[in-house]
Design a protein around this ligand. Structure first.
Ligand code: IDP
Length: 151
């Protein structure tokens, strides 16, 4: 058993398309626990830090421009193997290759408008959480169905 914390963000495209509830529902219904959540337009500094690993890519400027273009919903999500679980739930980076049943496979068509971000490893999860959340903005609580979600 490995309870993990991951970083997930509903990107501005999904926000504008009214898909916040749909994406958050999938996370909640899976049994994962929301411990942090905000509605904000990422600053230039947050966008650049978020995608720092892509700094040398030709799509970097467009990517930062897009992620800072309007409201988004960053979240901190906890659960058993939450990092790889949420990555599987969101699907391949390019929606054209994402499996049906995944967020991107069901809701997106274009790699530059793929609805959702999720951290891909423990170190990136912690780093990305710290870009959008202070430690005291993350809740500690027990979800009252935990005994029914986990044996
Ligand atoms: P991920 O979001 O699945 O972790 P990354 O490779 O980390 O994928 O890329 C970050 C984001 O950059 C992607 O979600 C996508 O929106 C965008 N991106 C990645 N590759 C391309 C590309 O080749 N063209 C345009 N945008 C891209």
């Amino acid at each position: 058993m490995s309870r993990e914390r991951t970083f997930v963000m509903v990107k501005p495209d999904a926000f504008q398309r009214g898909l916040v509830g749909e994406i958050v529902s999938r996370i909640e219904e899976r049994g994962l626990k929301l411990v942090g959540m905000k509605l904000l337009t990422p600053s230039r500094e947050q966008g650049e830090e978020h995608y720092a690993e892509h700094e040398d890519e030709p799509f970097y400027d467009d990517l930062v421009g897009f992620i800072t273009s309007g409201p988004a919903v960053p979240m901190v999500v906890e659960g058993e193997n939450a990092i790889s679980l949420v990555r599987d739930m969101i699907g391949a980076t390019d929606p054209a290759e994402a499996e049906p049943g995944t967020v991107r496979g069901d809701l997106a068509l274009d790699i530059g408008r793929n609805c959702v971000h999720a951290a891909d490893a423990p170190d990136t999860a912690e780093r990305e959480i710290s870009i959008y959340f202070d430690a005291d903005e993350i809740e500690t609580y027990e979800r009252n169905d935990e005994g029914w979600v986990y044996e």
